[in-house]
Design a protein around this ligand. Structure first.
Ligand SMILES: *Cc1c(COP(=O)(O)O)cnc(C)c1O
Length: 386
């Protein structure tokens, strides 16, 4: 077993070696610009991009022409929200989202508010789910977009995406979902769900960092939005800039592996997660944050009572890579906005630790983590330092 143990797969995942292998030729021999249509270097690059686009579209049952490559989920969300707002602000300026969204959504909302958008931030129940009646009553004649994440990065909670899609469709409102945590973990099908825009990143599913995509529905309805990057007109004009061919090839490989191996991987990961969670919840005052069933199989978010979560985290971090809340909020030492929206007080939110597992975790590592937490908690009870 290698130390430290990595249990922060919701922050990022390592590149699968098969992904890396697929990418390598595109840095050197096959270095062409996919837009160079006059010679063989460009043709090879364009062909590789075409195949990757099909693989990525396949993971969500989309048409390849509906996939726009970006630098990641953050950029995809920015493009979707700002692009729709700019396109439709003449028709309406009201957007509905949820208080537990990722910063990429919430901070984009703040930006749009400065440009005249009105945003409704739906609250969540203590289990992290939204109340659909509250969504329905938030809808106004000038609502242009509903943005609800598929799966929460901190708790894994899955929102009722199908029902939200139906409500959006019945009201003729566009529906954007941040599916960064869902892709590769649970089946996502944009045809079944009335999703119009869907954002995600390769590095959360064993692909490289710095590459992501935005799914933009082309039929029923055909989504129109204003590009946020001007230039060479790549990606059907939605996102100019030379394509990151090695990244796209890696993303494609990661998506096809994720699709083929999802069931098997998730069976193993959920078993490890359940074992870990069961053991951790035996500690006095430990409690699970978020719905216990409507969630991803990869994560457990637990508040440990009567101890300083931050201190516990510091003790554990020597041997275990984990985080309190999201990676971004743990850097700022702010209590997680997700847990606070679920009704936790500052103290319980501070005391929460997110263990997120992935396909390279082992039972040995799970046992090690349980032992370390037990040891750290005992020392805390005795008020010992280090
Ligand atoms: C990681 C993550 C993002 C941001 O992805 P980037 O690759 O950093 O752009 C957005 N939303 C969720 C839910 C995430 O987990």
């Amino acid at each position: 077993m290698n130390l430290p143990v990595y249990m922060d797969y919701h922050a990022t995942t390592p590149c699968d070696s098969r992904v890396l292998e697929a990418m390598l030729p595109y840095f050197s021999q096959q270095f062409g610009n996919a837009a160079s249509q006059g010679h063989v270097f460009g043709w090879h690059a364009a062909e590789a991009v075409k195949i990757a686009r099909e693989e990525i579209a396949g993971l969500l049952n989309a048409d390849p022409s509906e996939i726009i490559f970006t630098s990641g989920a953050t950029e995809s969300i920015n493009l979707a929200m700002k692009g729709v707002f700019e396109m439709m602000s003449g028709r309406g300026r009201h957007i509905i989202t949820v208080s537990t969204e990722h910063r990429a959504v919430l901070d984009t909302c703040r930006h749009l508010e400065k440009l005249g958008a009105e945003i409704s931030y739906l609250p969540v129940l203590p289990n992290g789910l939204i109340n659909l009646d509250e969504l329905k009553s938030a809808i106004r004649p000038d609502t242009i977009l509903i943005t609800v994440m598929y799966a929460n990065n901190e708790t894994g909670v899955l929102q009722p995406i199908h029902e939200i899609g139906k409500i959006a469709k019945d009201n003729g409102i566009l529906f954007l979902s941040d599916a960064t945590q869902a892709l590769g973990k649970i089946p996502v099908n944009v045809i079944d769900i009335g999703i119009d825009l869907l954002a995600y990143s390769a590095h959360k599913l064993y692909g490289p960092k710095g590459i992501g995509a935005l799914y933009i529905r082309r039929r029923n309805p055909r989504v129109r939005l204003i590009a946020q990057m001007d230039g060479g007109g790549q990606e059907r004009g939605f996102r100019s800039g030379t394509l990151n061919v090695p990244g796209i090839v890696g993303f494609g490989k990661a998506a096809s592996l994720a699709g083929a191996e999802m069931e098997e991987n998730m069976k193993l990961i959920s078993r490890l997660r359940d074992e870990l969670e069961w053991a951790l919840l035996q500690f006095d005052g430990a409690r699970l944050n978020g719905h216990s069933r409507n969630r991803l199989p990869t994560v457990t978010n637990i508040s440990f009572a009567d101890t300083s979560g931050q201190h516990l985290l510091e003790t554990l971090l020597k041997d275990i890579a984990i985080s309190s809340g999201s990676a971004c909020s743990s850097a700022s030492l702010e209590p997680s906005h997700v847990l606070k929206a679920m009704g936790l007080n500052d103290e319980s939110a501070y005391h929460a630790i997110r263990f997120s597992l992935g396909k390279y975790n082992t039972r040995e590592e799970v046992d090690f983590v349980i032992e370390k937490v037990s040891y750290a908690l005992k020392r805390q009870v005795l008020n010992l330092k280090n």
